[in-house]
Design a protein around this ligand. Structure first.
Ligand SMILES: [Zn+2]
Length: 196
């Protein structure tokens, strides 16, 4: 059995008495061990860890902190409160949220009662995930700010800020995950050495 950052987050999120997953079948890897590794990741990659916590463990506090951080950045770029709030929420949704297609409920296909056939969902092109085009981003953004923002206006004013923030959070996430993996490899190596 291997252990991953996903598993670490689940170990620490789930409070099951007596739940002690074993790592590499060599030594018990308990919640304290997991917290120890996460503390190291947090020290070096705090934002990346928050992304993982929000995305994998559904941690609301991490999500709120991320949204607030992105919002402050957007305000620094000259956006007003409402626009910054809306864009930060959309960024968080893309990086950490579930983007299940609303039309097919994530299945990727839709049943036609009329023709009795199963057809590829047109809304998500069969992927089961909402495709975030500038057009539907503009639509969601409009709902959040409470006024109509055309896709042209969204592209011009917000799209670059949006994409840059998404890319930055993905980068932080992958750095944190890689760092956690390197710590876990070290622990595995130590286990092998000490049990021989
Ligand atoms: Zn769909």
């Amino acid at each position: 059995m291997t252990i991953s950052i996903e598993r670490l987050l689940r170990i620490t999120a789930v409070r099951t008495p007596g739940f002690e997953p074993r790592y590499g079948c060599l030594s018990p890897f308990n919640k304290d061990d997991a917290l120890g590794v996460l503390a190291q990741v947090q020290k070096k990659h705090p934002i990346g860890l928050m992304v993982l916590e929000s995305e994998i463990a559904g941690c609301e506090a991490a999500g709120r902190t991320l949204i607030n951080g992105v919002k402050l950045k957007m305000i620094a770029h000259g956006l007003n409160q409402a626009s910054a709030d809306a864009l930060a929420l959309l960024v968080w949704r893309e990086v950490c949220g579930s983007l299940r297609c609303q039309s097919c409920n994530g299945v990727g296909e839709r049943y036609s009662k009329r023709y009795r056939t199963l057809n590829e969902c047109q809304a998500c092109c069969g992927t089961g995930k909402t495709i975030l085009t500038p057009k539907n981003l503009a639509k969601d953004f409009s709902v959040l700010v409470g006024e109509k923002v055309t896709s042209k206006a969204f592209n011009k004013r917000y799209y670059k800020l949006y994409i840059n923030a998404v890319d930055q959070l993905h980068k932080c996430e992958s750095d944190a995950a890689m760092y956690a993996a390197s710590i876990l490899r070290m622990i595995a190596l130590q286990d092998v050495v000490t049990t021989r």
